[in-house]
Design a protein. Structure first.
Ligand code: 3PG
Length: 210
């Protein structure tokens, strides 16, 4: 059976979206699906997040998760809204425990060896490396994977078309996260054709790698 994490690792990109208005959620969902990247990490940075997850998760051709989840309560809200995976900017045991209790995969954020060891100790093996660009980019991911060969990293933060290949060429990187194909201004402005084009370009960049 294909798991939701398999869906992420087969597409190799997780679009990280900030929705300021849930009225834009349906158009955004269309743009991602028609652009060929049917995944959305909807960040809990805005009041519109929960409602947007509710709207987007009604589609059965789109994998919707919640990002910027920092409390167990938010895990509960996100999952009840329809989120099928949880992403956190850091490692917090309550967030991991609640995600497991709710039966959804969780990708906690790490940067240092100490954080990786804490997450590993908790049985987590797929982690978000965040914020990737400002913490050394692909070189740091590569260096961290030497002592932690069992860990898969999903670098996020500063990833774009220019550095995508460098991250995805690392065996420890099954996928990256990023907002470059879903800029908040475009989403807020309802420019969904442009979002679809950027999404399709991201998908092409991944297929060019293989
Ligand atoms: C995130 O929350 O994962 C990041 O804000 C996404 O980073 P980016 O906007 O630099 O792609």
């Amino acid at each position: 059976m294909t798991s939701d994490i398999d869906i992420i690792t087969s597409h190799r990109i997780v679009p990280v979206v900030v929705l300021n208005d849930s009225q834009c959620a349906a158009g955004l969902a269309d743009a991602l699906v028609s652009g060929g990247l049917p995944i959305a990490e909807v960040t809990f940075r805005t009041d519109a997040a929960q409602k947007s997850i509710e709207i987007m998760s009604k589609r059965d051709d789109l994998l919707v998760g919640a990002g910027t989840v920092i409390t167990a309560r938010q895990v509960d809200l996100a999952v009840h809204a329809g989120a099928r995976f949880i992403v956190s900017p850091g490692y917090n045991q309550e967030v991991v425990d609640e995600s497991r209790a709710q039966g959804v995969p969780v990708l906690p954020g790490v940067v240092t060896g100490t954080e990786i060891m804490a997450a590993l100790n908790d049985g987590v093996i797929v982690m978000k490396f965040f914020p990737a660009g400002t913490f050394g980019g692909p070189a740091t991911v590569k260096a961290l994977s030497a002592p932690f060969p069992q860990v898969s990293f999903i670098p996020t933060g500063g990833v774009n078309l220019d550095n995508l290949a460098e991250y995805l060429s690392l065996p420890c990187v099954p996928a990256v996260g990023g907002s470059w194909m879903v800029p908040a201004k475009m989403v807020d402005g309802g420019k969904f054709d442009a979002v679809r084009e950027l999404t399709a370009a991201a998908v092409r960049a991944v297929s060019d790698l293989t």
